[in-house]
Design a protein around this ligand. Structure first.
Ligand code: GAP
Length: 443
């Protein structure tokens, strides 16, 4: 029987198995900073690679960039992040805790001690730092709060060098920084996070068609990474809550254990950003249609995907706890068994090699098999504990296939492959193993 996982249970599994650790832990941590461990970085990279493959490599109409993280501060004046990227900050006059007023759901006193709150002040969320040795305003720069602006600033270069024709998109994956007033809920809201964004340039008259297409693309992506539609909500954001650049925004929200919250966003940014950059830089940001000769500033549809929120969401969706265990053999356990039913493409370990003995002949064969199959992805080797325990260890990190090597393997040159989800076991010839697994991962 499965039950919905709590954040506490999820965190303890992720820490115990090396997915995600508290950042700077030996120094007592740093508020809301998290480090991706050996399994976490594999999962995160698999998500980013799958996204890049789908939205950049497999499309003729999208190209990628990887821009500098610190940009000329004029970028953020033009984009109006300097003047508009604010959250309303209130402070409790008694306990001095700070809150985002728009997160207090209308409460007029401190949610912790019921103390009186200050009037809201506008707090700019961009991190400031300095270029070069002197800390004066001439050298002041910002850490980017979104990856998007580089796609606008580089628009003329991309058009010139690729001869891309509207409609087309520029994509980027990278870090963004926001000095959030109330970070929290693990990796859901942090001050340093990653985004996967596409700025898709269109003719104004076609914006609705492209907006609808991208919404469909986002829905298909979510289905393919194992997020069930019943846990998602598509929220049309009213004008007074939309970002300053947006004429229409749909937030894709997910039912997290801490409530329904934004996972991704889809925005119609009009020609706001390109026009602003043209005005502030004095450079021509228009596009000339090579067929009609018409010159105009394209409008933009922006699908945006948070990487860390994707990691959290796929983990919550994949988690299953089976009371009493699911094994029918004498290895069956009385306590709960955890299975992380991650889509195979996302699993941090693709296959585990489990020799039944630490003795040399099995070790040798295991090493040969390791080298043979490592091209299918990250392969783990585990020789300690009973085979039942080893299966369970792999199940709880979501490994799709376990390969058991026994003494018969030395005679028949075959191994047993166990499927994480069905627990079915198949005897496969060692020479066929690579093809067998490759086919499984392709399906
Ligand atoms: N370029 C548009 C943009 O940045 P956003 O809604 O502010 O829009 C996009 O952010 C996505 O980035 C969000 O949907 C979310 O997935 C992720 N995100 C935003 N703030 C975050 C934070 N503090 N921690 C983790 N992820 C965050």
């Amino acid at each position: 029987m499965s039950k919905k996982v709590t954040m506490e249970t999820m965190l303890s599994l992720l820490k115990r198995r090396g997915f995600i650790f508290p950042g700077s832990d030996i120094y007592g941590g740093l508020a809301n900073s998290w480090d991706y461990g050996p399994l976490g970085v594999e999962l995160k990279n698999n998500i980013k690679n799958l996204w890049w493959d789908r939205f950049v490599r497999q499309r003729k109409d999208v190209v990628g960039i990887d821009a500098a993280l610190i940009m000329n501060p004029k970028v953020w004046e033009a984009s109006e992040h300097v003047s508009n990227f604010h959250d309303p900050l209130v402070e409790c006059k008694k306990c001095h805790k700070r809150f985002r007023e728009d997160h207090l759901e209308g409460k007029k006193t401190c949610p912790d001690c019921k103390g009186e709150l200050t009037a809201p002040t506008q707090f700019n969320m961009m991190f400031k730092t300095f270029l070069g040795p002197s800390e004066d305003s001439a050298g002041q720069v910002y850490l980017r709060p979104e990856t998007a602006q580089a796609m606008f600033v580089d628009f003329p270069h991309v058009v010139d060098t690729t001869r891309a024709k509207v409609p087309f998109g520029i994509a980027q994956i990278g870090k963004a920084f926001r000095n959030e007033i109330t970070p929290g809920n693990f990796i859901f809201r942090t001050r340093e996070f990653e985004q996967m964004e596409i700025e898709y340039f269109v003719e104004e008259k076609e914006w609705e068609k492209h907006f609808d297409n991208w919404l469909k693309e986002m829905k298909t992506w979510l289905k393919d990474i194992g997020v069930k539609d019943k846990n998602l909500h598509y929220v049309d954001i009213p004008e007074d809550e939309r970002a300053h650049y947006s004429k229409k925004t749909i937030d894709i929200e997910y039912d997290y254990p801490f409530g329904q919250k934004e996972l991704y966003g889809l925005a119609y940014r009009t020609d706001f950003d390109l026009s602003q950059h043209q005005k502030h830089s004095g450079k021509d940001m228009s596009y000339r249609d090579p067929v009609s000769g018409k010159t105009y500033i394209p409008h933009v549809i922006e699908p945006t995907f948070g990487v860390d929120r994707t990691v959290l969401t796929v983990l919550l969706e994949a988690y299953e706890e089976i009371k009493g265990g699911r094994s029918t053999t004498k290895e069956a356990v009385k306590e709960s068994e955890i299975v992380l039913r991650l889509p195979k493409a996302l699993a941090p370990v693709k296959a585990a090699i489990l020799p039944l003995s630490k003795k040399e002949p099995l070790q040798k064969l295991s090493d040969e098999i390791f080298n043979k199959i490592s091209s299918v992805g990250n392969v783990q080797y585990d020789e300690t504990g009973s085979i039942g325990k080893r299966y369970r260890r792999q199940d709880e990190i979501g490994t799709p296939y376990c390969i058991t090597i026994d003494f018969d393997s030395l005679e028949d040159n075959s191994v047993t492959v166990r499927d994480r989800d069905t627990m079915e076991q198949e005897r496969i010839k060692v020479e066929d193993l690579n093809n067998y697994l490759s086919e499984k991962f392709a399906s």
